[in-house]
Structure formats: structure tokens, C-alpha cells
Design a protein around this ligand. Sequence first.
Ligand code: FES
Length: 198
Amino acid sequence: MATTSQAVERASVARPSTATTEPAVRMDAPTRREFMYYIWGASIALLLGQATAGLIWFVFPRFREGEFGGIFPFDPADLPPVNAAPDWVAGGRFHVSNTDDGLLALYGVCTHLGCLPKWVASNVRFECPCHGSKFTRNGTYIEGPAPRGLDRFRTTIVFTDGTSAETDETGGPIPIPDGKTIAEIRVNTGSKILGPGH
Ligand code: FES
């Protein structure tokens, strides 16, 4: 049997001491070095986030179809006959010109100072109203202060037999082979080829 002094001793061991209580979790303030690490890490994360967002914005198309800067479907039924007046597409700012050598989409902005050359049927050429530069039906420079011919947009033609043709690196007309029927014309106003120099 336990003595009275032993019972008192056990009770004093089991009872938590109230004189030396400490908080369950200690929160030490970060040191100056740790604080600088946090700032540095946050800056790197922000920089990487911005770079990733920029990459995504660059890689994915920024323009919808039919919006200047994007792809413009051009109805083959609207294609002018060979050597007829080019067709002006205001939304895409280009002329579709059908020449002896094929089809091309000419950017409608003068390569001099950015006015809009008009097709002048009586002279069979484009003429710029600002300083008089002139261009042939396929955008070749004729005369005036323009430094080169009219720029052109990359174009893809799909034929009814499933074959296709597109603008080459020179930006010249796309030939339409005899016997082929055009099913689809797509003009990429986001991809411009500079007109030929002189
Ligand atoms: S802007 Fe066309 S000739 Fe000057």
C-alpha cells in the first residue's frame, strides 16, 4: 500500500507545471537572409510567369478568322476573270488580282508612305493618290517614289481534286493549272511578303 508521501509525490508529477508553459508552436521571425530569399524566389516566379504568358500569347493565334491580321476566306465565285479589275477586300485591306501568271493577294497599302493606291481601269494599273506611284496588275513597281512593288499576303488555294498551291517565297502569282477548279482561297493577312524591289 502506498504511503501518503508517495501519493503526494505522484500527484505532483502528473500535474503539468504552470510555471514554465510554452506555446505549442513557435513562430520565429524570418532572418534578414531568409526574407531576401523569399523576395528573390517570388521575383523569379513572377518573371517566369510573365515569360510563359508571353510565349502562349505569341504561339497561339491572336486574330480570329476574317479579322485583319488573320486568315481571310475568299469566295472563289468572287474571283475576277483573268486580267479583269482586281477585287478589293476592304476588311482584309487587300486586292485579289487574277493575272496571266496566276492569282495573288496584294496588300492595299502603298510601299512609299502608306496611302491606298486605287485600281484605275482606264490606265490598267494601280495609282497612288498621294505621290503618284504606279504599279501593275501584279503589284510590280512602274514609277514614282515607292521603293518597291506592292507587298503581298501569303495565299493558299485548294482545288476540288484535293490538291493545293500556295504563295512561294518570292510572293509571285500562284499559277492555276488548266482543268483545275478552285474550291477554296485563303489569304493570310498576318503573313506579308515584301514586294519586288526596282
Ligand atoms: S504614299 Fe504612295 S506614292 Fe507616296
